[in-house]
Write a protein of this length. Structure first.
Length: 258
């Protein structure tokens, strides 16, 4: 189901610390964007992605495994703050792509909390699969500003959901069958702040190797301004190992609570 993948990360030209973390080992690909400053943001993002590392040792994952990992991540961040009051207020956004078993066949699971994103490239067209949990996105959905205006909205960096909160955040999750050939991008908002979707699409189309695509996207974001940390994970999908047809029935979109 997965042929190749690549990942890249850069602290950018403004930030002193890279508060992004990622984990990219099949069947799990996650990117977390920490918040909190004073080294707390990178701690939060690292705690979050670490909760997904043990999933790579499982032969078969299901939709609840990611949910459990996100619960553990939220609790780990809260415990860290409890033991280190100077880290109060730290948290992280997160997005991921995981291969799971559903209905007896392999499926993709996509999830997010905050404004890290997952995109899918198929038939030369890029589609954003996740919906940002941000004040800017809420303004767009409410019809108060346009998608173009959202890029310069003064509070565009304010997220409405993140890990490290009480009550714990809702996690949006989608499950769907593979439909190859397809390419996925998991990224922090340091990429989407600097590059528009058509620029991201062009880079993903131009580079045949996922590592080259990940490197190119990060380099382009830094060159465009690099005002934030930027992280990309690019994953290429293949047909299921048994060569069978993907199940046309998908698991409905559901909301997981971390």
């Amino acid at each position: 189901m997965i042929s190749k993948w690549g990942a890249a990360s850069n602290r950018g030209l403004v930030r002193a610390v890279n508060e992004d973390s990622f984990f990219a080992v099949p069947p799990v690909f996650v990117v977390a964007d920490g918040m909190g400053g004073h080294a707390a943001g990178d701690v939060a993002s690292r705690l979050a992605v670490e909760r997904f590392e043990h999933l790579t040792g499982s032969l078969t994952l299901n939709v609840n495994d990611s949910s459990d990992a996100l619960v553990e991540a939220n609790e780990a961040i809260l415990r860290m703050v409890e033991g280190h009051p100077d880290m109060a207020g730290m948290g992280t956004t997160i997005a991921g792509l995981v291969v799971i078993s559903a209905g007896g066949a392999e499926h993709w699971q996509v999830f997010n909390v905050g404004d890290c994103r997952v995109y899918r490239l198929a038939e030369g067209r890029l589609a954003q699969l996740t919906v940002d949990h941000s004040e800017a996105e809420e303004m767009v959905l409410a019809g108060r500003i346009s998608r173009l205006e959202a890029r310069s909205y003064p509070r565009r960096n304010v997220v409405t959901r993140s890990l490290g909160t009480l009550p714990p955040p809702q996690v949006d999750s989608w499950v769907f069958p593979p439909s190859p050939p397809e390419r996925f991008l998991v990224c922090s908002d340091g990429l989407t702040t600097e590059l528009e979707d058509h620029e991201i699409e062009a880079a993903l189309v131009a580079e045949s190797e996922p590592q080259a695509a990940a490197d190119r996207l990060v380099a382009s974001a830094v060159e465009a301004g690099g005002r934030d940390n930027v992280t990309t994970v690019v994953v290429d999908g293949l047909p299921t190992p048994n060569g069978g047809e993907a199940d046309e029935d998908t698991v409905p979109r559901e909301v997981l609570r971390a």
